[in-house]
Design a protein. Sequence first.
Length: 217
Amino acid sequence: MWCPECKSEFRDGVTVCTECNTPLVETLPKEVDASGAVEKAGLLNTMSGRENLHALSDGSHAYVEKSTKYEDMKSTAGSFLLVGAGGLFVLALIFAGVIPLQFAPYMKYMMTLVTGGLFFVFLVIGFRSFSKLADLRVQMTEEQQNRQKAKDWFFDNYSGRAVDVSAEVNDSDEMQQKYFMRSSYMKQALHQQFPDFEDSFLDYLIEHFYEELYPQD
């Protein structure tokens, strides 16, 4: 048996920590790396209001919503297909003499071969990008379901005040300290309930949950 407060171990049969007077648990919760939260907390010194959370989410490991990836992929696919198909169509018109250009025959064949190959590559990239859209749509649906599932569980069990009490946040604490303590506790709780969620996805959830819990910050 273990004490969740001081992390002391006790023999079986003991139910309350002799030091903290806290009920013992069978296993201690798995520690979650909060180094990202530490770095984010330091930035709060120069930020205020809601925009601080959006700014803090912009990092090399920041989570990118599947809907954003979908729109980017869709735009990429459309652009490559448009350029590829349009380029090949123009080359066909040039080769057929519809668009008259004064080139020696060998130059016309060379231009058709080189630029035609390039436009064909564009088409291939466009089609391959479009083929990935179906998978992204599935991932979008899964992401929305996971986010809603996490939100329902979290707000059914926690309020802003409950998080502050559990994380031992005091009104006198500075903003960056409050953010660090709150987000660390929220991440710990979410990780225990949803151990399969990626670390970056947990940070993404915390960013949005934090705004709802503490709109005044």
